[in-house]
Design a protein. Sequence first.
Length: 280
Amino acid sequence: MVTERMDALPTLHETVRIHGLRADKSLGQHFLLDLNLTRSIARLATPLDGVHVAEVGPGPGGLTRALILEGAESVLAIEMDDRFLPLLDDIARASGKLSVHHGDALKLNIAEALPGPRKIVANLPYNVGTKMLVDWITARPRFWEQLVLMFQLEVAQRVCAQPGESAYGRLAVLCQSVGECRIAMEVPARLFTPPPKVDSAVIVIDPLDTPFEDLKALGELTQAAFGQRRKMLRASLKTYAKRKGLDLADWLGAAGVDPQARPETISVAQFQQLCRGAAI
Ligand code: SAM
């Protein structure tokens, strides 16, 4: 029934044309108008039975439609641009599964707005995507079961990078301390309307059973370490250790970290160990 009513909606291309919509660059708008593509993104979040999905920035609703067709229990679409509200209303009427919050997703408490279990699935606006990701991974208690998020490829690589890779840094250590992170799909720029300057990728983050709890402290430590990434740790962490009243050599030694190493070679587990050592 839902599928039939959704199939009766105008195609995404027609919808955008009928409403005369043009992308607003200031809101990071690049649309996915191919339902086959959005369905393969939505499938990365399956199974969706019984799951309530928060979708940030639905725009004309390509991914929104896909999430409903892939079986989400409900979708809460959070959109700042009011031009999309009539299009989203059409999807809400056809599906009976969509509610829309008109406003800034950075200011919405998703845990209060949507019942659980929850997943967040989104083709994020590039200008605020990383900020949203960090808000979600640092939220306590964790309120989501999975994150399936499209970023520009370079950000996706920074989330999923391993020690020794050039993209490895603070974002990888923080995200991988909370979840298992992987790049699930690369999406070339030409598949968006209008095409952005760079390619994109969808990352999937599945929560760890035992996440590292003190992300604030880990954030502070990794900021000190990667703030001067070309320097050896004995130099870049000198001020940090002094501020914390730590003997630098003892502290690094207890965590099995070579003072001459550079931050990009230190594993996530070692950063966590350093963090624990600094808290004592
Ligand atoms: N999901 C759509 C798609 O794939 O075709 C649109 C994706 S577009 C990259 C990003 C969307 O996020 C736009 O519709 C934009 O208006 C919306 N947006 C930008 N900043 C936002 C914010 N702070 N809160 C909610 N939505 C936002």
